[in-house]
Design a protein around this ligand. Sequence first.
Ligand SMILES: [Zn+2]
Length: 503
Amino acid sequence: MNCRPRVWKLVPLLPIAGLLALFLAAAAPLWAQAVTGPGIPANTPPNRPMSPAAAPQVGGTTVLAQEAQGWLTDLIKINTSNPPGGEEPAAKYVAAVLQKEGLTPEILEIAPGRSAVVARLRSAAMADPSKALLLVAHLDVVPADKSRWTVDPFGGVVKDGYIYGRGTIDDKGMLAANLAAFIALKRSAARLNRDVIFLATADEETSGDASIRVLALKYWDKFAAGFAINEGGNVFMKNGRVQYIGLQVSEKVASNITVIAKGAAGHASQPTKDNAVVHLAAAVNNIGNYTAPVRFTSVVRRYFEGLAPLEDDEIGKWMRSLDTPDRGEHAQRVISDASPLWNAMLRDTIAPTMLNAGSARNVIPGEARANLNVRLLPGDTINTVVSDLEKLVNDPQVRLEVLPNAGLAAPDSSLENDFYATIGRVATREFGGAPTLPFQSTWATDSSQLRLHNVQAYGLVPFPLSDEDLKRMHGDDERIPITSFVKGVDVLTKIVAEFAATR
Ligand SMILES: [Zn+2]
């Protein structure tokens, strides 16, 4: 196996400066080249032989990570709260960063003021799209309630070793890391064994009319790929160390149900038993206390098998018993009570999220409504949930209505291919030997649309994060430790280089 890119064929075509760059590139090992560029010295040792057993060391991403931190704080300052989104200025910023590197990004307009960005590193004149690797992140963020933050959520504040801001974790951190990995590959002039495509999407947070669903309808050819890395999984820390890498291969499917209670409207001074507010409250109470039955998907089974040995003896014991005939039911209760994440991985969940009734203090309204946010295990259907809930509510004054635009269930990504193996190998190596476990996220990502287009999409936000920091995603004071950001940029760069660059 040759560790060096075969760049000599290009030599006659290149000017002196290019020759020098190529000479430097050829003198450094590929995994160092992937993270260094003209003017940035490789800080890795010179050529060393590589074997599958002794995986290559990649280094020199420190400068790159500093640049990436600048892109991240700049991107945080471009407020892309969705709704309304308004991703275009962020798309233009990303395109400008790519252009500065001599790349030719394209801004893809999806709706007025709402754009995606795509750029490509070519491996051949007519590369096979089914081999291409897509780096995906989204430009939009969820809104932030400034009054609840201790810093400006759109200030790009760096403080006490953390980068603060809406989107640091979801998903501008990954966007900056993708940019870094993509640019590292470009600067290295490494020979690619597949096209690598950078894609920044819009409207991920509401999956609306500017989302990847619409983007793919309009522009699929611009980013058709066989493999993708996206958000969706995490590097989970416990007690200051990486406990495991949850590599998302599957995700639950989101939909919404409206609960509608009807009753006679009237004067609040003479209430009757058919008050819509009371019937709605009773229905929501029943639904809120309902726990759907456990169903193991193959990914979740593998996840708990892998996690059991990493947990303390008591939790580990119950994880191993989850699917046993005698102790299974008790084990499911223990594990579900131990973590809302584990609970939601084991079953469909139904969360009441909005209530709406009444227009005056002294008027009993004729109608009251609630929204239920439902997250289905892949393979379950919303109609089954509706009929279960109808039986539970059992009230002729209350009906349930499924909202349109539900998510679509996609097939799982494979646990067998080269890309899955590469991510697992690099992540485990770089995170101190912590295992990589297949992960079924309870949340939805752009990857379901990619999987529906036959892309083997994997979710991994590469920054090691504690539960405490993960909880801030979509919450207050969202932040990322700088050390985690730097490490994540390095790891993602290595994953991309080891998969897409020829050795
Ligand atoms: Zn996200």
